[in-house]
Design a binder for this molecule. Structure first.
Ligand code: SF4
Length: 676
């Protein structure tokens, strides 16, 4: 048996494991990497099953193109020629900005960099984005404004040095299981734990305080907590004076956020608010941990600003055991952002509107580059539905299940003149495509991935891809060549060298330096050891900025026609649209059917039984799911995971967007239910 050390393909924690390859050259198992600083010889259930989907019989093995309504095989040269010709023809007729490119948080840094280059240098458009738009775009926007960098400020080791953890909008034990373990270990070693979540998630059962605000009211709650801290005189005046700006305006903005008013908006009793404020502010070192319960709102950026304000108010920044710590979802969503798979920045968040940055990339690539920022993924779907986007290339994403308001997304994808998908399985999106290219999965290609703590690590090829499937970087290199750009035979290591040369925060990163356990960016020079904690002496923007926020209700709230609030999310065993976990036998066995969590009082009122089939409807669509009666959800709220095509939660969700980040409101919409 051969073993290959690589990075876990699921969540952004960044665990490493060894893949076992048998004598037939097939993956046969997984073993944790004993000395790795993140996984420390452990894996979660998904990690232990990371090999299971690789040999699945539904893997795509040959290019397919649509002929007379059916996808039929073709050879690679014809497929790549067709892709290049159709996108070029659309760009010629309607302009480059009639094209859209979706990159992938499952692809490597090198592959996201190449797709970014293909869109900008090959086809002349900044219309490139990826699923970070759906998860942490509000984080990137909010923290870039207040601190100058949108990334997690601290490292996972900080859980061992903290006095208090505030976990808000993160079901950590299920979504980032090994980070959840660290939180529970820190709790056992004496750190305090405050959980703010409308659901009674597993962490809540271990918390010193569990606050359950109504979904969508976090801004009001956080402003109330901060007003209380000021009322008690518990703010860190020295830190504020030395490190921050705009405090006076922020202080004034809190005037009306009395505990009584906040309690009326959020449903959190005044006593709990006061207790949380005092406990948080009195801790010497407090960490804020958050995820999509904070970000996926039509006021997601304001939620992030409020958390940033809280950290600044109490001086919890730039020290071990503190910080503002967004937990990035996918294994390379941080890296896909870092690589510039976003409509407004090149790699390293260098703005396309900055003439100096544009000139640097234009010289490196030998072409003129577009100046105007491109479309966000969520706006691109609207544009496609209206006929303004006509051609789309999607690499390793399944927007038909992952984006809000599935009906609109289906309409958008079906209206395209040409849709090409690169993927490992015939996903629901691929089934709508005109051209489908078979890709190698994580275990079949080399590359690098950047975890939630900004740790850049190697992924290593263990086995050959099935049939004629190719690594995304090979496909993209071939397309760059067809666009007249240099496309030699160099591989991921040489692509990383190009990334380092153009990206200041990755300038000191090279493949030899990634051996071992990787490097945390910023890593600006070849000798630099990497940066575990950001904003130590000063922030990336200089002084940190207080950013006043005002509570705004969610875009759609329950009413008499649709009386339940719908909350959506994930389960511990499945991954996003299920294209891989639902093809992993043991994981799928754990959760095989769509379900809806409903509170016992609501179940009694509607005379529902456990596992009773229900129809759930919103203003945008209807699905069926089995009742799961539980007090994990509060009365009046339903929760549905979005993994199941046969009960697609996003047929119901609202595509109301945050006006700044473009993130949809996955966490709040209004629905009704009835027995099937
Ligand atoms: Fe993989 Fe995340 Fe589980 Fe670690 S915690 S094994 S990175 S899924």
């Amino acid at each position: 048996m051969k073993t290959t050390l690589t990075t876990c393909p699921w969540c952004g924690t960044g665990c490493n494991f060894h893949l076992f390859t048998d004598e037939r050259g097939r993956l046969s198992g997984v073993e944790p990497a004993a000395g790795h600083p993140v996984s420390r010889g452990q894996l979660c259930l998904k990690g232990w099953n990371a090999h299971a989907f690789v040999n699945h019989p539904e893997r795509l093995t040959v290019p397919l193109y649509r002929r007379q309504g059916k996808l039929v095989p073709c050879d690679w040269n014809s497929a790549l020629d067709l892709l290049h010709e159709r996108l070029s023809a659309i760009a010629e007729r309607h302009g480059s900005d009639s094209l859209m490119f979706l990159a992938s948080a499952k692809a490597s840094n090198e592959e996201n960099f190449l797709l970014m280059k293909l869109a900008r240098a090959g086809f002349g458009t900044n219309n490139i984005d990826h699923c970070a738009r759906l998860c942490h775009s509000s984080t990137v926007f909010g923290l870039a404004e207040t601190l100058g960098s949108g990334a997690m400020t601290n490292s996972l080791d900080c859980f061992e040095q903290t006095d208090l953890m505030l976990v808000i909008g993160s079901n950590t034990t299920e979504q980032h299981p090994l980070i959840g373990s660290r939180i529970l270990q820190a709790k056992q070693c004496g750190a305090d734990l405050i959980v703010i979540d409308s659901r009674t998630i597993r962490l809540a059962r271990h918390a010193d305080l569990h606050l359950r605000p109504r979904n969508g009211t976090d801004v009001a709650l956080l402003c109330g907590i901060m007003r209380q801290i000021l009322a008690d005189g518990l703010e860190d005046r020295d830190f504020i004076a030395a490190r921050c700006e705009n405090f006076a305006a922020f202080e004034t903005s809190l005037r009306d956020c009395t505990p009584e008013r906040v309690a009326a908006i959020t449903g959190v009793p005044k006593e709990q608010l006061v207790a949380a404020a005092r406990r948080f502010a009195r801790a010497d070192k407090a960490m804020i941990v958050f995820a999509m319960g904070i970000t996926q709102h039509s006021h997601g950026v304001d939620n992030v600003r409020a958390l940033s304000n809280l950290a600044l108010l109490t001086g919890n920044l730039g020290r071990p055991g503190t910080g503002i710590n967004p937990l990035r979802g996918q294994n390379n969503v941080q890296g896909a952002c870092d690589m510039g798979a976003l409509p407004d920045v090149y790699s390293g968040y260098q703005k396309v509107s900055d003439p100096a940055a544009r000139k640097k990339f234009a010289i490196a690539w030998g072409v003129d580059l577009p100046e105007q920022p491109g479309l966000m993924a969520t706006h691109a779907m609207e544009a496609a539905a209206e006929g303004r986007i006509r051609g789309m290339l999607i690499m390793g994403e399944n927007p038909l299940l992952s984006e809000a308001n599935q009906g609109l997304v289906r309409q958008a994808l079906q209206k395209l003149e040409f849709l090409a998908v690169i993927d490992i399985f015939p996903t629901e999106t691929a089934q709508l495509a005109d051209l489908v290219l078979p890709a190698a999965c994580y275990a079949e290609r080399d590359g690098s991935y950047t975890s939630t703590e900004r740790r850049v690590q190697r992924g290593r090829k263990a086995v050959e891809p099935p049939g004629e499937a190719r690594a995304d970087w090979q496909i993209l290199r071939a397309l760059l060549g067809r666009c007249g750009l240099p496309a030699d035979d160099s591989g991921p290591e040489q692509i990383m060298n190009e990334i380092s040369a153009l990206t200041p925060s990755y300038a000191g990163i090279s493949y030899p330096r990634l051996e071992g356990s990787g490097l945390q960016w910023p890593c600006p020079e070849a000798e630099h050891p990497g940066t575990p904690i950001l904003h130590v002496e000063s922030c990336s923007r200089g002084k940190a900025r207080f950013s006043p926020v005002t509570y705004r209700p969610s875009a759609e709230v329950p009413d008499t026609d649709y009386p339940f609030l719908l909350n959506t999310g994930r389960t511990g065993v499945h991954w996003h649209t299920g294209s891989m976990t639902r093809r992993s036998h043991l994981l799928d066995r754990e959760e095989r059917e769509p379900y809806v969590e409903i509170h016992p009082q609501d179940a009694a009122r509607h005379q529902l039984k456990e596992r009773q089939p229900l129809q759930i409807s919103s203003r945008r669509g209807s699905i069926e799911a089995l009742a799961r009666i539980t007090d994990r959800v509060p009365a009046g709220q339903l929760f549905i995971p979005f993994h199941f095509v046969e009960g697609a939660a996003n047929a119901l969700t609202n595509n109301a967007l945050d006006p700044e980040s473009g993130i949809p409101e996955f966490k709040v919409c209004a629905v009704r239910l009835q027995p099937c």
